[in-house]
Design a protein around this ligand. Structure first.
Ligand code: ADP
Ligand code: MG
Length: 457
């Protein structure tokens, strides 16, 4: 989609959300002129527009932009003459700007890796043993063992940690060139490509893009499910994949679901993801949770004794993923510091975690769980919830599940839409509003929602 199309789409979406007075005043005479890796630049007619748009409309602008592009841009408002000035100064410094996209070298920074994610601090248990072993095998023999390596599982189970550990290992032990990106970053780079294409001045950028993504030995791409939002980028990724694969370069991919369940990706990509090895990473069992708590505790800057029953308690409270477990431990430690407690006891853990676990940590990012529980409650299937079926017996549970996903997770409207069969974010907003209103007038429904929430605990 070029800049003009994006802007037209944006205008039509925002128009439906605002009064015609606000729309005409603030948006009809503004214009998107550029999308680059850093920002979306919108030219506005006056200083008042600049101020008011950035103070009062950022949320809705960001939300709509995100739903159109699948990416979070920094929105910048500029006056016409300010934009001209920046363009001129860029022209002089063009060389530098273009080089920013960077060619990955054999270093952690250039490879875009986080040095904290290494095999040494990845704790292994039954639920992730197979994933860890295959990851290490790939790290020791990139391009030779399993290609692509496809790691999937729910959020917070260690996928990013494990893939980055592979990257860090290869950078440290070989001179192979590694690149780690999230699929959002890939989309972003690709959008930059389109933009320059339109100006007819994109030759350098095309070369740099190709260099960045093809002139490497190992490509690690995280959260591939988000490519589902971006069909054109999928096409580009398809070519990148083929080039690397044909050259026997290692490709490592992560996703929240198995290739076969990535319904928004093209068949030809899904097929390719099945060529190598698929590895499922599971929620940690109790033993692993306790082991993680002990080891993380031991590695903290300040050491503090923690009783066995406190470990038991925390491990039981955060059963779904490692991220929530870490969050709970941090909270308990902070609590003990604030209250000068030398030892972390069961009582302290209970007190520190009161009211937090079920509302925040456990539910984090767990739309799938909400779908399962709601589907079961209404005796429909999760597939039904994601389907286009409009019969009330399915549509209503779907609205409830969407409403709960918004209430109980940190996910944005567009992301929730995606989890529900690729629905538009406006459908998500509509469902949330509808259930919200209905609860207020319908005691029965309020009770049902409470029951479902209870089941989610
Ligand atoms: P995902 O990418 O699957 O959502 P992450 O890799 O971001 O999950 O993991 C979430 C957090 O939990 C990170 O801080 C990570 O270091 C930690 N973590 C996950 N699994 C383990 C593990 N087995 N050992 C140590 N830390 C882990
Ligand atoms: Mg991740």
């Amino acid at each position: 989609m070029n800049v003009e199309n994006i802007w037209n789409k944006f205008l039509s979406m925002i128009k439906s959300r605002l009064s015609s007075l606000s729309y005409n005043t603030w948006f009809s005479s503004s214009k998107l002129v550029e999308l680059n890796e850093d920002a979306a630049i919108i030219i506005v007619p006056t200083i008042a527009h600049k101020k008011h748009l950035s103070e009062s409309y950022m949320d809705i602008i960001n939300e709509i932009f995100n739903s159109i592009t699948g990416t979070n841009f920094n929105i910048e408002f500029l006056l016409e003459n300010e934009y001209e000035q920046i363009k001129n100064s860029n022209k002089n410094g063009m060389q530098e700007e273009v080089e920013e996209i960077g060619v990955p070298h054999n270093s952690i920074e250039k490879a875009n890796l986080n040095p904290d994610y290494v095999f040494e601090n990845f704790i292994v248990g039954e639920s992730n043993r197979f994933a860890q072993a295959t990851a290490l095998a790939v790290a020791e023999n990139p391009g030779k063992m399993y290609n692509p390596l496809f790691i999937y599982g729910n959020s917070g189970l260690g996928k990013t940690h494990l893939m980055q550990a592979i990257g860090n290992y290869i950078v440290k032990n070989t001179n192979k060139r590694v690149l780690y990106v999230t699929s959002d970053q890939f989309i972003n780079d690709f959008l930059g490509l389109n933009k320059r294409d339109k100006d007819g001045t994109n030759f350098d950028y095309v070369d740099l893009f190709k260099d960045k993504y093809r002139n490497i030995d190992v490509l690690i791409i995280d959260d591939i499910q988000f490519l589902g939002n971006a069909p054109k980028t999928q096409n580009e990724f398809f070519h990148t994949f083929n080039t690397l694969y044909d050259d026997k370069k290692q490709i490592i991919i992560s996703s929240d679901s198995s290739p076969d369940d990535l319904k928004h990706l093209e068949d030809r990509l899904r097929t390719r993801f099945n060529w190598g090895l698929k590895v499922n990473i599971f929620p940690p069992d109790n033993d692993l949770r306790k082991e993680i708590l002990r080891k993380k505790m031991a590695n903290m800057d300040f050491s503090r004794h923690i009783t066995e029953d406190a470990i038991d308690y925390i491990a039981n409270m955060c059963a779904s993923d490692v991220r929530s477990l870490e969050g709970a431990l941090t909270r308990v430690c902070a609590y003990s510091t604030i209250f000068f407690e030398e030892e972390i006891t069961l009582d302290l853990a209970i007190e520190a975690l009161k009211g937090t676990i079920n509302q925040t940590t456990n539910f984090k990012n767990d739309i799938q769980k909400i779908q399962r529980v709601v589907a079961e409650y209404y005796n429909v299937s999760v597939e039904d919830l994601k389907s286009k079926k409009r019969v009330a017996t399915i549509a209503f549970p779907r609205q409830i599940a969407i409403y709960l996903s918004r209430q109980l997770t940190d996910e944005s409207f567009p992301r929730i839409g995606m989890e529900f069969g690729g629905r538009d974010h406006s459908t998500v907003i509509h469902s949330c509003d509808k259930i919200d209103k209905e609860i207020k007038n319908n005691k029965q429904l309020e009770k049902i929602i409470e029951e479902i929430k209870e089941k989610l605990k």
